[in-house]
Write a protein that binds this ligand. Structure first.
Ligand code: FE
Length: 333
């Protein structure tokens, strides 16, 4: 008898212990700090599973309704487009999220919301490159840049989302011209992440690279002196300032279809866009806050103000499959 009472009270305490389970593809220190802060504020325990965005989408698909995941966090809007299409997300109605996250940076039906932004800029070697020849993404195809351009693989979501935005704003022909022209100008086969392109500029392998802003912020503030040295020689060009604006991608959050702790999960989503959380994202990871009440870090502010792509991100991601095809046809790896 005693035993069964003990079992019952144990069960009750499990049921009462509020928790949420997050599948996250983000790989940043800021996130661990945010989980802890949320736990301290709400008493809701955060369990996080980390893997790559694509792997987590597959995991959610395979697990179906039995998945423990409540939330899916990843970088790159393209991942959210895929996850929504695969049916592993559910729509969220939240006045807080709708008020804070600008419409262009969230799904029109509430399937995902941005928590931070990063601009896909053109970095150049300040020691020896004249930036005046680059005003737009299309200028990366100029013959003057032959053998000077560095960029990571086309399979990286950051590049497919950029190309999708070119399709959306300039059309298929312009996009395929861009894919072919940039490929023709590469200093080496695409490899490594964005930071590796910066290192290659420093080493003199090329002079111009396509990069996300926060990687430069991270390198400038890195505990490793060699990273700081690399980042210091980089100049930043915000492309397309006289027309559609610079392509901005996001990190975001979505409620999973299988969520069993929906209310607390939505609480966490709202927490992530609160000024307190946004300050941490902006301060530790050098991303642009999605909440306009919060300022970017000084490092990022020093890059200057810029015009963001006015095409809604939820629209341009619909061109992702087309972008993949165009990269393939151009011979990108
Ligand atoms: Fe990244």
């Amino acid at each position: 008898m005693k035993k069964s009472i003990l079992a019952l009270s144990l069960l009750a305490s499990f049921a009462l212990a509020a928790e949420i389970n997050i599948y996250s593809a983000r790989h940043y220190d800021a996130d661990t700090q945010l989980y802890k802060l949320f736990e301290a504020k709400t008493g809701i325990k955060v369990n996080a599973t980390q893997a790559k965005g694509g792997e987590l989408i597959k995991k959610l698909e395979v697990e179906g309704d039995s998945s423990v995941a409540d939330l899916f966090i990843t970088a790159d809007a393209g991942n959210f487009y895929t996850a929504k299409k695969k049916g592993v997300l559910q729509s969220v109605k939240s006045q807080t999220l709708e008020k804070i996250v600008p419409a262009q940076y969230r799904d029109a039906e509430g399937y995902w919301f941005a928590i931070s932004k990063r601009a896909r800029i053109i970095a150049y070697d300040k020691r020896n490159f004249d930036p005046s020849i680059i005003k737009n993404y299309q200028d990366l195809t100029k013959p003057e840049l032959k053998g000077k351009l560095l960029i990571r693989s086309a399979t990286a979501g950051y590049n497919t989302s950029l190309l999708a935005s070119i399709i959306e704003s300039e059309g298929v022909d312009a996009a395929s011209k861009w894919a072919k022209g940039t490929l023709a100008n590469l200093a080496r086969d695409p490899k490594g992440g964005d930071r590796d392109q910066a290192k290659a500029i420093f080493a003199g392998e090329g002079q111009v690279a396509v990069m996300n802003t926060y990687y430069i912020g991270l390198m400038l503030n890195s505990p490793k002196p060699e990273d700081v040295e690399v980042a210091k020689i980089l100049g930043v060009i915000f492309p397309n300032q006289d027309n559609r604006g610079t392509h901005v991608n996001i990190s975001g959050i979505a409620l999973t279809k299988a969520s069993k702790n929906k209310e607390n999960a939505i609480k966490f989503m709202e927490f992530m866009v609160s000024p307190e959380a946004q300050k941490i994202l902006a301060g530790i990871n050098y991303e642009y806050p999605v909440n306009t009440a919060v300022e970017p870090s000084d490092t990022i502010k020093a890059f200057g103000k810029f015009k963001e792509d006015s095409t809604p991100l939820y629209k341009s991601v619909e061109k992702i499959s087309e972008a993949v095809k165009i990269f393939d046809m151009a011979g990108w790896k």
